[in-house]
Ligand binder design. Structure first.
Ligand code: 16G
Ligand code: ZN
Length: 531
């Protein structure tokens, strides 16, 4: 077939290094950018097949998120803007690892197994982050799409969540919004302005926010968006990419793991600051307290703020909708306790990785999900959205209920439900703080984090560690869990777990306890037990 000849010819321009083996991990392929050209071409092929199979537009994002600038990566986006379904992650790995002469066989194998009609049209949206390697790598993706006769739209530089949003808009015929970057800015900014316009006496201080753009795509995009916000938010942007290196000593991952302010951000006491990661799908907040102490507000604090706000609005609106918060094992024990015991919301724990949280959140009327590292969003079921909309439009409803319903409706519009989105989350947090008249310190004081420590351990083969119970317990190697249990018993309010990383060749250790010294000691002792 002519189509396959084209694939053969073009793949020769994107040859696979012999013997190189890569794995579609938690968030796609990720490694040094020099090893990825053939993977990109092949993901262009696979996205085209996925598009034919689903008869919908598929997304391909070229990014390595918070990883160093020299790395790159690629993730596939399914029709509703969600991460690609796990069965196709397996195909992605097979296709990426097929040696040059096996590529057509591997491709035909997918076509056969999925009974794909090659006559079906295909459409693929492509986006990329600001890494120097992203230009040529996204071109390789496009080459792959075209080699199989697919149509493409190249969005160029966009954040990961913007690309997810475009795919969802396209496949819902505009019901979710317009599939353009401007359409995204308009939808989010209008919702933000609607939410904040009736907040009395917002001072300039309350509108001011320091943003660390991690020297990445988020910095560029939040700048573009600023004019749409009509001064309702006054951003001071640091690490905007004009001089610093991507993710280097800055960005959400650095701030969360190091528990310190990023380089280059000049913050004065009490000022609200936030950091995005390299592709702007994560956000964390922080401020400098009295005596210059650094205070971090991570994904758990964000989930608490948002779920508290939503629960209050539901009560005011008199809407009987079930709200749940989805976390991972990394969620600080204090946050879980506060949500369950004080807030009385349902809390679920899933394995690490956005797709797991997203999936669990879909089971509720309203599912708020956040990883402690700042990746998260809120999902509303279709039925919940309808109820909210109906009440917001019901002129017979009393004023208080209607006001709450209108706030809920604008909140729905402000949220990017396809995936965690630093810009959308930032606007939501800013709106919630404004509406509730809260300072960052008051938000921080909702509960006090238990001191905690994360460590990485290099082992010969991390796959010998097998976990259960949403990664909170190990089942192998034999004896490890018992060892952890007995170490944990030595400390107060203590908890610890280990899990193999899905993105690096290491085992991760997490420990929390009543004091920082205890958390540090426990993490250290557990890491010794892992060897
Ligand atoms: C990826 C995941 C992130 C997760 C992290 C864990 C997505 C989009 N990203 O970055 O959610 O927290 O991996 O990494 O799913 P680890 O397995 O190395 O700890
Ligand atoms: Zn990211």
């Amino acid at each position: 077939m002519a189509q396959f000849e084209e694939v053969s010819q073009k793949s020769a321009i994107h040859p696979k290094p012999v013997g190189l083996v890569l794995q579609y991990g938690t968030a796609g392929f990720r490694t040094n950018s020099k090893q990825l050209d053939h993977v990109m071409f092949r993901m262009g092929l696979l996205a085209t097949l996925r598009s034919k199979k689903t008869k919908a537009t598929i997304g391909v994002m070229v990014t390595a998120s918070h990883n160093p600038e020299e790395d790159n990566g690629v993730k596939l986006v399914d029709p509703m803007g969600e991460m690609v379904t796990p069965a196709w992650e397996v195909y992605a790995t097979q296709l990426a690892n097929a040696e040059q002469e096996e590529l057509l066989t591997a491709l035909k194998d997918v076509i056969e197994r999925e009974a794909i009609s090659m006559a079906q049209e295909a459409s693929v949206f492509v986006g990329k982050d600001t890494r120097p390697s992203s230009d040529s790598l996204s071109q390789a993706v496009l080459d792959g799409v075209h080699a199989l006769g697919g149509h493409s739209k190249d969005y160029g530089l966009v954040t990961t969540p913007q690309l997810h949003y475009m795919v969802c808009c396209q496949n819902t015929q505009g019901r979710y919004g317009e599939a353009t970057v401007k359409g995204y800015y308009r939808k989010l900014s209008q919702a933000f302005i609607q939410l904040t316009k009736n907040v009395p006496n917002r001072t300039d201080d309350q509108k001011a926010l320091l943003v660390d753009g991690a020297n990445g795509i988020g910095a560029l995009k939040v700048c573009e968006m600023e004019t749409y916000l009509k001064n309702e938010l006054q951003l001071s942007l640091f690490n905007d990419g004009s001089s610093g290196k991507l993710n280097h000593l800055c960005g959400a991952d650095y701030v969360k793991v190091q528990q310190r302010a990023p380089k280059g951000v000049e913050m004065t006491a009490g000022e609200r600051c936030c950091s995005y990661d390299g592709d702007a799908d994560r956000i964390v907040y922080y401020y400098s307290g009295s005596a210059g102490r650094f205070h971090l507000l991570d994904g758990d604090k964000i989930a608490t703020l948002i779920s508290t706000y939503l629960k209050e609005l539901l009560t005011q609106a008199g809407l009987d909708l079930q709200i749940a918060v989805v976390q991972t094992a990394y969620a600080n024990g204090s946050s879980t306790q506060y949500l369950e015991d004080t807030m009385k919301v349902i809390v679920r724990c899933t394995k690490t990785g956005v797709k797991h949280l997203h999936h669990a959140a879909q089971e509720f009327d309203i599912g708020v999900y956040f990883e402690a590292n700042g990746h998260g969003t809120v999902l509303f079921s279709k039925a919940a959205e309808k109820k909210i909309q109906k009440l917001a439009q019901d002129s017979n409803t009393n004023a208080e209920r209607r006001r709450a319903a209108l706030l809920l409706q604008n909140t729905v519009n402000l949220i990017n439900q396809t995936v965690g989105d630093a810009i959308s989350d930032m606007l939501l947090i800013e709106a919630v703080l404004a509406i509730r008249g809260m300072t960052v310190q008051q938000w921080d004081a909702i509960y006090t984090d238990l001191p905690n420590r994360q460590l990485k351990v290099k082992v010969a083969d991390r796959r010998v560690i097998d976990t259960t119970d949403a990664e909170r317990r190990t089942v192998s190697p034999a004896g490890l869990q018992e060892a952890i249990d007995s170490l944990v018993k030595k400390y107060r309010q203590a908890r610890s777990f280990v899990r193999p990383s899905g993105t690096e060749d290491v085992v991760r250790v997490y420990a929390e306890a009543d004091t920082q010294e205890s958390a540090d000691a426990l993490a250290h002792e557990v890491s010794l037990a892992v060897y």
